[in-house]
Design a protein around this ligand. Structure first.
Ligand SMILES: [Zn+2]
Length: 97
């Protein structure tokens, strides 16, 4: 299944940690039980608040599903989404197995 690398950044001014309600919304959004409703599996969930950066690695069968899931982050900043694969998948393709 395709993997998607999602990078989200926001400014110190728009940081959701300033707003407890927004923290609650985003933290309840980024859970596997919620992601499953979007047809998405969360493989990695990494946040580095000093740089206001969130990295998610998602598995989904279409880019639309991955995009729909991360749309709430657009309310506070930007998102970029890149499609990719695992080392194992690439090796299988190369070796024709
Ligand atoms: Zn922040």
């Amino acid at each position: 299944m395709p993997l998607y690398l999602v990078q989200h950044t926001h400014t110190a001014e728009s940081c959701p940690t300033k707003n407890p309600e927004m923290v609650r919304q985003l933290s309840s959004h980024v859970t596997q039980s919620n992601a499953s409703k979007y047809g998405v599996k969360i493989l990695a969930d990494w946040v580095y608040e000093p740089e206001h950066t969130v990295i998610l690695v998602l598995e989904a069968d279409s880019p639309e599903k991955a995009t729909n899931f991360v749309l709430p982050f657009l309310n506070v900043g930007s998102i970029t989404i890149r499609a990719g694969a695992t080392c194992e998948d690439v090796a299988k393709m190369c070796l024709g197995k």
